[in-house]
Write a protein that binds this ligand. Structure first.
Ligand code: HEM
Ligand code: MG
Length: 231
């Protein structure tokens, strides 16, 4: 099976993104984490997760700016702070506090323990998790970057973990699937997870993200320049 989960070796490169790392750990992306093009990321995301190009194309394009190669990236370079990588992540530390690349179980406690009493996460719990993670970063990181850009990216990422590990139409995701995705960067197939039958698109992510926007108590720490993201 070409798509068996295999842990990365000492020389394989991995990123601060549990999605891309899972794709590499299952061989949908090169297992060495090197020389990855945009078409390779788009195909891998469809094949493994049924995530459509329009949901990740912008991130993939920004990702190329992480290195010098004209059309490819290496996964570890994606930890470049304030390109895509941001503070108050769900599973990684803040850049100014040391390690913004590797999974950190202490950081992940907030999400792991969210939505007590039930066996799923949803957009409501995700909004609380984002607020809590930001509060912790604000209290511990004097160099935090927290502008509208970061809030948008963080909300998109919450929509993605709910959708790829759960039901993209409801944004409800079983806790064990989400936890395996973050902790092991593995598709929880043995535990009963299945690739979504409906495509995960910008359109399907929108209502989940809007719920998070509405329920979150987010405020900016700094202003950000207006971003031009496309034609
Ligand atoms: C972070 C999912 C594609 C780059 C994240 C996070 C999730 C996620 C859930 C949040 C991690 C955390 O807060 O600890 C996905 C899924 C994808 C995908 C399901 C579908 C294939 C991409 C692509 C790129 C990218 C195409 C760019 C090439 C990043 C980076 C981060 C990240 C740099 C780190 C942000 C941070 O937490 O500081 N992703 N992602 N991702 N993703 Fe992805
Ligand atoms: Mg981060």
């Amino acid at each position: 099976d070409n798509h068996a989960w295999i842990a990365p070796t000492a020389t394989d490169l991995r990123s601060p993104c549990p999605g891309l790392n899972t794709l590499a750990n299952h061989g949908y992306l090169p297992r060495d984490g090197r020389n990855i093009s945009i078409p390779m990321m788009l195909s891998a995301a469809i094949d493994a997760f049924n995530v459509a190009p329009d949901a990740i194309l912008q991130a993939a394009k920004f990702g190329l700016l992480s290195g010098d190669a004209p059309t490819t990236l290496n996964l570890d370079a994606l930890s470049l702070h304030n390109l895509i990588e941001h503070d108050a992540s769900l599973s990684r530390g803040d850049f100014a506090l040391g390690d913004n690349l590797h999974f950190n179980e202490t950081i992940f406690t907030t999400l792991a323990n969210a939505n007590p009493g039930v066996d799923y996460y949803d957009a409501t719990s995700a909004s609380h998790v984002q607020d809590e993670r930001l509060a912790i970063s604000l209290a511990t990181n004097p160099n935090i970057t927290n502008t509208g850009k970061e809030f948008d990216v963080r909300t998109r990422e919450s929509g993605l973990y709910l959708s790829v590990m759960g039901n993209p139409l409801t944004g409800v995701a079983p806790k064990p699937f989400v936890q395996i995705f973050f902790r092991e960067e593995r598709l929880p197939i043995a535990e009963g997870w299945k690739r979504s039958k409906t495509a995960i698109t910008a359109e399907s992510l929108n209502p989940i993200q809007n719920t998070i926007f509405e329920l979150s108590n987010w405020t900016a720490t700094q202003a950000c320049e207006d971003l031009v993201l496309g034609p």
